[in-house]
Write a protein that binds this ligand. Structure first.
Ligand SMILES: Cc1cc2nc3c(=O)[nH]c(=O)nc-3n(C[C@H](O)[C@H](O)[C@H](O)COP(=O)(O)OP(=O)(O)OC[C@H]3O[C@@H](n4cnc5c(N)ncnc54)[C@H](O)[C@@H]3O)c2cc1C
Length: 819
């Protein structure tokens, strides 16, 4: 999986990142340094301090990245024999390099699966280094190389080195999105460690000063994102955030969303991702997956081969093989009896054999796990089985059934020459190296799998063109087309972009290869990308390896925190190897993923589903004064629904200067609520008891009412006890003034708790006193009982609109977002 253009402030280039920016050493969801763990395991000789005392057998099902890593790490432990079952006739799974001969030159590669590798893939690079494989930083991302964008049949140039195409709307959208990401995560290229407020700031501090306190700040910052976005689609979140005028040049329209959908992702724009969980997208940016992509000139197949050699070379002290690799061996079913796991394995000829193991690692997609029967009760079909023992917990079964896998198709060709270089085409022109479109083909990449010569691209030999790389619905659309039909379908869009390029491509095409991952046997999907609401299932699946009583352990990209990346799959292989080795009696080295990652670090469960406005440090909203808000000495009411963890003013309409009146509704640090009125000379206020539970980060309805001069406060529909202070005479004070009504702040400097931080929604002003019963009913029913006297109603759910008849919208000041 791959994005096209990262926001321009994010780790612009490696040198930048190394010198002053922030580059994460771990994934945000684990904060575990796998590289350090692997280095330490190398110095011990394996991941185990002590091998099991007796000979043990572990089956690894699936010879993809995670299965290979697991088998490799286990193969280094004494007294453990490994059998690797692979259903296909080759190892590698979605590491799927198809090689094409090119005379005396290097062979060429079609990377049908993974093809671009960010250097923040620490586990991957650990193994690449170990096996002497070198990645090169010349992956032709859009905007890194000469690129063209075809959008609504218009060709827009996208010059090399530019984050967006040369069109003011695309530039605006790109800049806006950059602001949104910076607003949510901070600026990785310049984390603010002096005044930290965002994830990258805290993370940079933690990396340079690792302590429990600095780590907790990182966790809190990511938790805030999880709490706000784990139930929101990418489309919803971006659209809502892009209505916030403090983040975008102007609120985005449908047309802007369409354009944004054509930008940003390797598979032809963000559009195919609009339905996935927004948190999954933020993970990509948080983890730095989008930076400095590299490719392997020898293809990722070289890594598979290296693992295979290493596995076949692993020997016991008396020279016997430690690993048996079974190809064309499809595991049909797993069951457990006594302390052994029994596998039914069908070989190429369809013969089914059963074998038993002390422990099993299932390193396949969740869909393959489902087909293996992992979600079915263990004793189904076996009436004699007295003891039903599920292979995995209920939560993990839900995850296996439901976690969303993306569809994806690729279409590769080799060309006689690399015709996009000027020396290789008749006009001597630089043709596009990359084409992005909103048509069926989506993204095209010209790839050079030859070593640079004297620091310059090697323009000799065959070219490799990935003509089409698509995801989601675009991939489903292609399923019914033959390779020839697809090629014919793609050509018109390529001609529309650049006829010369298209002609040379058509003329020079030699070998063709395409894949649809969702219909690929034994894989059944491209990679995991959660739908909204699946984070908890993801957690259950990822942390399954920590269920110590289970000798069956899951691994693979589709239970990871980085679906679509080897760096998602590989660490799960390490987790599984540690868990299985421990289960069979090995002692694992310290600081392993068994102890070094806490499953309680984050709460991924769904909270209350409330759309709301988030006010941060200096953020507040202001509504211009209108005559309807001049309550004078009359009755009035203020309502707001809030969620906060600190003190601050909910609604304020009072200035510092005396002379004119006003009112304010404040949460105080001891948890009491204050409702104050003032006529410019004197004040009258009430405060609820300090024990009032309101600073607890959960949603509360707060209502303040003045009736005949008497003030009352209500929390969650109930009248609060309160104490009064100020003027003893209870004749109502004249609160009228010409000030803006502020939400989340007040202009009165004497107020010690001015800024409100937290969620706020459903703010209403009434030119009458709400009755105690009305307040209770409105709270219970969640609706307004009688609109009489309603002078302002700001739902603050997605925008700043006032939906009362006054239509007096608030404006945004400072750090405010709509969630
Ligand atoms: C189109 C595409 C593009 C990608 N791009 C990138 C990229 O640019 N960069 C990057 O880092 N990552 C990328 N990835 C992701 C990366 O390829 C995967 O994360 C990784 O290869 C997954 O490894 P795995 O071990 O989880 O699963 P797999 O590779 O799926 O391995 C599982 C293995 O289990 C076998 N199996 C299944 N069922 C059985 C059974 N019953 N019995 C025995 N064997 C079985 C399968 O045949 C398969 O070999 C991409 C993936 C795809 C599909």
């Amino acid at each position: 999986m791959s994005f096209i253009s990262m926001p321009k402030n994010l780790r612009k280039n490696k040198a930048d990142a190394d010198s002053k920016g922030f580059v994460p050493k771990s994934m945000i969801d684990t904060l575990f340094d796998y590289k350090a763990f692997l280095d330490s395991s190398d110095s011990h000789g394996s991941i185990a301090l002590k091998a099991p005392e007796q000979q043990k057998s572990i089956a690894v099902i699936g010879g993809g990245a995670s299965g290979l890593v697991a088998a490799y790490e286990l193969s280094k432990i004494d007294n453990i024999n490994v059998t690797l079952f692979e259903a296909a006739d080759r190892l590698g799974g979605r590491m799927d390099s198809v090689y094409v001969e090119d005379g005396d030159l290097n062979q060429k590669v079609f990377e049908l699966g993974c093809m671009r590798f960010p250097p923040t893939s620490y586990t991957l690079y650990h193994y690449l280094n170990k096996f002497g494989l070198k990645a090169t930083p010349n992956f032709p991302d859009p905007g890194k190389v000469p690129t063209e964008l075809l959008y609504e049949n218009k060709v827009i140039p996208w010059h090399a080195g530019q984050p967006t195409p040369s069109d003011k709307d695309f530039q605006r959208i790109g800049d806006d999105f950059n602001n949104i990401i910076n607003f949510l995560l901070g600026d990785a290229s310049a984390p603010d460690i002096e005044n930290p407020s965002k994830l990258f700031d805290y993370w940079a501090i933690y990396q340079s000063d690792p302590s429990e306190q600095t780590k907790q700040k990182v966790v809190d910052a990511w938790q805030e994102i999880l709490t706000q976005y784990a139930e929101v689609t990418y489309f919803d979140a971006v659209f809502k955030l892009a209505q916030n005028r403090s983040l975008v040049t102007r609120p985005w329209t449908q047309e802007d969303m369409n354009k944004f959908g054509a930008l940003g992702v390797g598979a032809g724009g963000f559009g195919p991702l609009y339905g996935v969980d927004f948190v999954e997208i933020l993970r990509l940016f948080a983890n730095g997956w989008e930076d400095n992509q590299e490719l392997l000139l020898d293809g990722i197949g070289a890594l598979t081969q290296a693992f295979e050699f290493a596995l076949l070379g692993a020997k016991t002290a008396d020279g016997k093989p430690k690993v048996s690799i079974e190809l064309n061996a499809k595991v049909k079913n797993i069951s457990k009896s006594a302390d052994k796991y029994e596998l039914l394995v069908s070989n190429n000829g369809g013969r089914v054999v059963s074998s038993q193991f002390d422990s099993v690692i299932v390193a396949t997609t969740t869909r393959a796990m489902e087909y293996m029967g992992l979600t079915i009760a263990n004793d189904i079909g076996d009436q004699n089985c007295e003891e039903q023992q599920d292979l995995v917990s209920q939560g993990v079964k839900v995850a296996i059934r439901n976690l969303h896998l993306m569809n994806s198709s690729k279409f590769f060709v080799t060309t006689e020459r690399k015709f996009w270089y000027p020396e290789n085409n008749p006009q001597g022109k630089t043709l596009p190296f990359n084409i992005q479109t909103d048509e069926l083909m989506r993204g095209l990449y010209c790839l050079n799998y030859d070593k640079d010569v004297d620091g310059k691209p090697n323009t000799q030999g065959k070219g490799v063109v990935l003509i089409s790389y698509v995801w989601g619905d675009d991939s489903s659309k292609l399923l019914g087309l033959s390779p020839e039909e697809r090629f014919q379908q793609f050509l018109p869009a390529i001609y529309a972009v650049n006829a010369e390029f298209a002609e040379l491509l058509e003329k020079q095409t030699q070998k063709v290869s395409c894949i649809d991952w969702e219909s690929t046997p034994n894989i059944y999907g491209a990679f995991k990308l959660n739908y909204p609401g699946q984070e908890q299932s993801n957690k259950d699946a990822f942390f399954q390896y920590q269920q110590e009583h289970l000798g069956l352990v899951l691994a693979g990209d589709s239970i990871s925190w980085a679906g679509g990346w080897l760096e998602g799959a590989m660490p799960t292989g390490i987790n599984a190897a540690c868990a299985a080795a421990k289960y069979v009696g090995a002692q694992i080295i310290d600081n392993s993923p068994l102890t070094g990652i806490s499953k309680d670090m984050y709460d991924y469960s769904l909270g209350e589903n409330t759309a709301f406005c988030l006010l941060k440090d200096n953020g507040y909203l202001s509504a211009p004064s209108i005559s309807a808000y001049q309550f004078g000495q009359g009755d009035f009411s203020i309502e707001a629904t809030i969620s906060t963890s600190s003190s601050g003013t909910i609604v304020g309409n009072k200035s510092t200067a005396g002379g004119s009146g006003g009112y304010l509704l404040v949460i105080q640090p001891d948890g009491s609520i204050k409702f104050a009125t003032d006529n410019g000379q004197t004040y009258y206020q009430i405060e609820s008891a300090p024990s009032t539970v309101v600073i607890d980060n959960t949603w509360h309805s707060v209502v303040a009412v003045r009736k005949d001069g008497k003030l009352t406060l209500h929390l969650d529909g109930k009248l609060l006890e309160s104490t009064q202070s100020g003027a003893s005479d209870q004749s109502p004070l004249d609160v009228s003034n010409r000030l803006d009504v502020l939400i989340g702040s007040v202009q009165q400097a004497q107020e010690p708790y001015i800024h409100y931080t937290g969620g706020i929604t459903q703010v209403r002003l009434w030119r009458r006193a709400l009755s105690e019963q009305e307040v209770a009913s409105q709270y219970e029913q969640g609706t307004i009982i009688d609109k009489e006297g309603l002078v302002a109603h700001w739902p603050l759910a997605i925008n700043t609109d006032d939906i009362s008849e006054n239509e007096n919208n608030v404006s945004v000041n400072g750090d405010v977002s709509f969630i």
